[in-house]
Design a protein around this ligand. Structure first.
Ligand code: C5P
Length: 231
């Protein structure tokens, strides 16, 4: 099992390799974990992952895979060889069988390459969805299914993190996006909270994009978030 002490993952939601490089150069080494999601991956996937690795960072490959079990297994299997990916996402809505295949694909490829297996985490209810009376229960149900299927953890909002921790145990990974420093715009995110709230609720990682990418001083915002994670 990988041990990662860093808490902040910066989402490199940009469309060119040059912009991604610029942010890594500004933020590393204070920030060591970077998310490559569908936008950057569609433009420059493997190159972006290599660029981050060459600078010393590690990658959260957030493709939110959702397909037939065999296709997801093969995509995860291939993703594991894109080093240095330390964590990948699949959708919990893809079902137990799909999640099981994802977990098997990761284990198989990591064993072949003799590397540590990246964490595979399940996306639950997106943080851009409004909170309803059913959200908490739905997220906990999805998290328990993910655990049953052998996933390492889930992505959820800070609002559900404590309940997921209670139900899924201390070793289950909780990744929380929708993080907004006090007074910063929410954009399309609905279930938002601060980094401190995330830590108090038991999150292992926070994922932050626009509050850093759109700041006049991205490093200053990242440093503030890092110190909130330590507080
Ligand atoms: O810009 P912002 O801080 O809202 O970015 C949050 C990041 O976290 C985005 O890259 C988004 O894809 C990701 N994410 C999310 N909600 C999830 C899973 C991932 O916002 N449930």
């Amino acid at each position: 099992m990988q041990i990662i002490k860093d808490k902040l993952i910066v989402a490199l939601d940009v469309d060119t390799l040059t912009r991604a490089e610029r942010f890594v150069d500004i933020l590393y080494p204070q920030v060591k974990l970077f998310k490559v999601g569908s936008q950057l991956f569609t433009a420059h996937g493997p190159e972006a992952i290599k660029m981050i690795g060459a600078r010393g960072g590690r990658v959260f490959l957030d493709l939110k895979l959702y397909d037939i079990p065999n296709t997801v297994k093969n995509a995860v299997y291939t993703g594991v060889s894109q080093q240095p990916v330390f964590m990948m996402t699949v959708h919990t809505e893809g079902g137990i069988e799909m999640m099981r295949h994802a977990s098997e694909g990761a284990a198989q490829k990591a064993a072949e390459l003799k590397i540590e297996r990246p964490f595979i985490v399940g996306v639950t209810v997106l943080t851009s969805a409004h909170n309803t009376a059913a959200t908490l229960g739905e997220v906990v149900k999805m998290a328990l299914a993910a655990k049953d299927a052998g996933l390492d953890g889930v992505v959820c909002s800070v609002h559900e993190a404590a309940e997921v921790r209670k139900n899924c145990g201390k070793d289950f990974i909780i990744v929380t996006p929708g993080i907004r420093p006090q007074g910063v715009e929410s954009f399309d995110q609905k279930r938002v909270a601060t980094a401190q709230d995330a830590m108090q609720a038991g999150a292992n990682f926070i994922v932050v994009g626009r509050p850093i990418l759109e700041a006049n001083d991205p490093l200053a915002v990242a440093e503030e978030l890092l110190s909130s994670c330590r507080a």
